[in-house]
Ligand binder design. Sequence first.
Ligand code: COA
Length: 686
Amino acid sequence: MAHDGETYRHWRMEEDDDRIVWLTFDRAEKSVNALCREVLEELDRVLDDISRRSPAGVVFRSGKKSGFIAGADITEFTGLADSAAALALIERGQAILGRIELLAAPTVSLIHGFCLGGGLELALACRYRIAADIPATQLGLPEVKLGIHPGFGGTVRLTRLIGPLAAMDLILTGRNVDARKARKIGLVDYAVPERHLENAARATILHAPFPVKPGFLPALCSTWFMRPLLAGYLRRTVARRAAKKHYPAPYAVIDLWERFGGNAAAMFREEAGSVANLITGDSARNLVRVFLLQERLKSLGRRGASEPCSIHVVGGGTMGGDIAAWCALQGLRVSVQDVDAARLANVVKRAATLFRKNLRDPRLAEAALDRLIPDIKGDGIARADIVIEAIFEDAAAKRELYRQCEPRMRGDALLATNTSSIPLEELAEALEHPERLVGLHFFNPVAKMQLVEVVRGAKTQQEAVDTATAFAGAIRRLPLPVASSPGFLVNRTLMPYLLEAVIMETEGIPAAEIDRAAVDFGMPMGPLLLADTVGLDICLSVARILSRHFAVEIPTRLEELVAAGHLGRKSGQGFYTYEGQKQVATEARNGRGTSGGIVERLILRLLNEAVACRRAGVVADADLVDAGMVFGTGFAPFRGGPLHYARAEGAAAIHGRLTALAERYGSRFTPDIGWEEILTDAEGKT
Ligand code: COA
């Protein structure tokens, strides 16, 4: 292959004997390809170069093993001062990708690994797309998850290529598809084994087949009289998942298509304007913030110690069983111990469902099941790199278990407890080697909640913390380092919010109304339904542990429900009634409180406790409080986390509202002294 002409920092250009230009994107000094300003400007010069050469064809490919292109460079979003600056950047990106489409020679994108956002938009500007048929190949437009929508021409080219319904499905959900699915919906022309990629590209360029075109039905859906009908349907579908006031992006893209779907030039123009507006709005700024927080936790998980490969879990309840299944799904060998054989059978049954859902290939699902070993006698303890204890929340029972386990463990193995609120010092007493005890607090459901609190006790060695953190990263969870104080970060901050909901329900405000107010604020589930789902006995136990250390009043109503055996979803009755796992529908009646009043009481208690955790150093800084609450509880991501929300609303205003609530309802609303620091910071900035 000839290599001549200009040299570039991020792109490599080679021309072969067939006069095909192979253009490799290999972003300098980064592990992942993303389209930053500098990369795009360089691409513009590369395209000048290519036009001068008049090649037989151009192949775009990636020099990174990890994948093709991860999209526009998200880190540049935060530097956009206003929507005019955003518009200039987006229009420039559109224009450069537009030049690919206008090249006279046939163009092909060779896709392996992830091909997301702006990366897929670049591929869409090519005449053909060929994807490696491997599990790592994932194509998608995840922009809505960042509060925006495709802006480099993706809304126009994708609807044209695969029809508006399939295109809107990808754009509005932000979901990825693998190579085969992409082939099926016409997103790529061919899905081929990885070793055939180059040959497939060469053959495509030399034979230049007619590109795939959508059929009659997609064309019909794009007509002026069908678009309003379909747009209405799409809006109703989106409304079931996301409210417009919190997540404007999907609604903006539907509007865009409805109004301009018949006119490509107008749609390019309006697409850029729409993204420029969204990207500088609160929702997108906060969702980008959440993405960057996630990257911060991910990078903690990548640091340090070697990855463990053999795990033993003690306790085959919901948490123990789900932790074991998740580890096996991630490729680790796991033994799971419980005295009750029926419970172990249930663990395996639930795991089989998880494997089937996540690993579509039945052989892979079977291999995962082979890695999960039910172990009544605990033989796996002696082999394990990490023993995870996940029995019920009783300090004495845990200590007794440790006395039995420790002598059977390898000298270099780690003991991790999944306790949700007991300080490690209370448990470490039972151990010869307390330096090996660490907390690994997973959240329910394990497969969905990304956070794991990694708890360091007074005697825990740094090495043990590092191993536990790397383990959480290796099993694709987000490790959050927390101090060993009661309830750690998440349960301590969440509990006042849950208890305030119980108090309001006792006052006569209907449960459904309280929950609806929280969901309306942006929580994924109302506090009372959450309490029912977690189990009221578990909530009560956490509340009792917290009440031994902090001024937490436990509402009598919670004690009474538990005493009566009403434990929530699992017993069929809690704040709501259930038939099997399904909630029996309840109509929200008009209660005494207004929705605004309900939200204020709920959220301000949560914010106050978040401030207390920050002040007490439960985590290292305010961003980690926000990350913990978003990834551990689903706290309204478009608000950027509780402390960020408090700052955005104005710390002084929130402090004032807390003081007023304390006068009306009592000391549980008294502002924590941690607010002083936030107020001083805020004053310094004004
Ligand atoms: N812009 C800037 N940086 C990006 C990026 C993007 N779109 N996508 C990934 N990165 C960076 C990460 O910040 C990280 O940087 P670091 O090494 O300095 O910490 C690095 O690439 C690796 O990413 P990471 O998320 O840790 O790797 P992963 O293998 O777990 O996931 C992706 C890879 C691409 C699936 C994931 O990063 C992702 O979803 N990225 C965002 C994709 C997106 O939303 N694109 C649309 C943008 S409009």
